[in-house]
Design a binder for this molecule. Structure first.
Ligand code: ADP
Ligand code: MG
Length: 228
C-alpha cells in the first residue's frame, strides 16, 4: 500500500442521516493519521469505510489506484486479510477461543487450511511472547484484564503482517499504563516496520506523534493538517 485516497465519500443512513458528507483526503505509506472530532462526527463510520467494513453511499476509496468500494465480497475480503489490521475499542475477541486461538484466527482465515496449524501456532506464540502475553496463551478472553485484552487484539491485528492498521478508539477502554504502552507500540511499528496507522480517537496524546490530523464535525471534514 502506497496511498489510500478518500474521494468525496458520503455515507447516508436510511432516514436521511448523513454520517459522512463529501469527505476527501489521502493517507500515504508511513503515515500515522489521526481522525478526531466530537462524538457522532463520523469517525467510526469513516474508519469502517476505509477498512472495507462498510461502503459509502457516494464517493470512493482508492488504494494505489484500485477502487476498493466497488470490489466484490471475495476480493474485498482478500485485501482486508492481506493488507489491513483492525483494533477496536472493545477488542471483539471471540470468547469461545483461547488467547492463542484468537491470534491464529486471521492466519487460518487467510489460508483456509488446517495443515499449517503448527506454523500458525508458532507465529501466534512468537507475537504473544513479544507482547509479554505467552503466559496467558491458553486463557480465555473473560479471564484477562483490559490491558491484556488490548495486547491480544494487537497481536491478532499484526499476525498477517498488515500494511495498514485501522484503530477505532484503541485506548478508549484501557488504563493509563496500557495506553502508554500502546503509544510506544504504534511508534515502534511505524518506525521499524513501516506500518501505516489510521486512528480514530478522543485521546489528544495521539496528536503528539500524528503525521496527519483529520478533523470531522457533523460528518464533514472540518480541518486537515500535516505535521512533521
Ligand atoms: P463517531 O465515531 O465520531 O462517534 P459515528 O461514525 O459512530 O461517529 O456516527 C456518525 C453519525 O452516524 C451519528 O450521527 C450516528 O448517530 C449515525 N449513525 C451511525 N451508525 C448508524 C446506523 N447504523 N444507523 C443510523 N445512523 C447511524
Ligand atoms: Mg466512534
Amino acid at each position: 500500500m502506497n496511498k489510500l485516497l478518500v474521494s468525496d465519500v458520503t455515507r447516508e443512513y436510511p432516514g436521511g442521516v448523513f454520517a459522512l458528507s463529501g469527505v476527501s483526503f489521502e493517507v500515504v505509506k508511513g503515515d500515522i493519521a489521526v481522525v478526531v472530532g466530537p462524538s457522532g462526527s463520523g469517525k467510526t463510520t469513516l474508519l469502517n469505510i476505509l477498512g472495507l467494513l462498510d461502503r459509502p453511499t457516494r464517493g470512493s476509496v482508492f488504494m494505489d489506484g484500485l477502487d476498493l468500494t466497488h470490489l466484490g465480497e471475495k476480493e474485498a475480503a482478500r485485501i482486508m486479510n492481506a493488507s489491513f489490521g483492525f483494533i477496536f475499542q472493545f477488542f471483539y475477541l471471540i470468547p469461545e477461543l483461547t488467547v492463542i486461538e484468537n491470534v491464529m484466527l486471521p492466519l487460518w482465515i487467510r489460508d483456509k487450511t488446517s495443515l499449517k496449524l503448527k506454523n500458525y501456532r508458532a507465529q501466534a506464540e512468537c507475537l504473544l511472547d513479544e507482547f509479554g502475553m505467552s503466559g496467558r496463551r491458553d486463557f480465555y478472553p473473560s479471564q484477562l484484564s483490559g490491558g491484556e485484552l488490548q495486547r491480544v487484539a494487537i497481536c491478532r491485528s499484526l499476525v498477517c503482517e498488515p500494511d495498514v492498521i485501522f484503530a477505532d478508539e484503541p485506548t478508549g477502554s484501557i488504563d493509563r499504563k496500557s495506553t502508554e504502552m500502546f503509544f510506544e507500540l504504534v511508534r515502534k511499528l511505524n518506525r521499524e516496520k513501516g506500518v501505516t496507522f489510521v486512528i480514530g480517537t478522543h485521546n489528544e496524546k495521539f496528536l503528539d506523534f500524528a503525521t496527519e490530523v483529520i478533523s470531522l464535525n457533523k460528518g464533514e471534514l472540518a480541518d486537515i493538517s500535516r505535521r512533521g
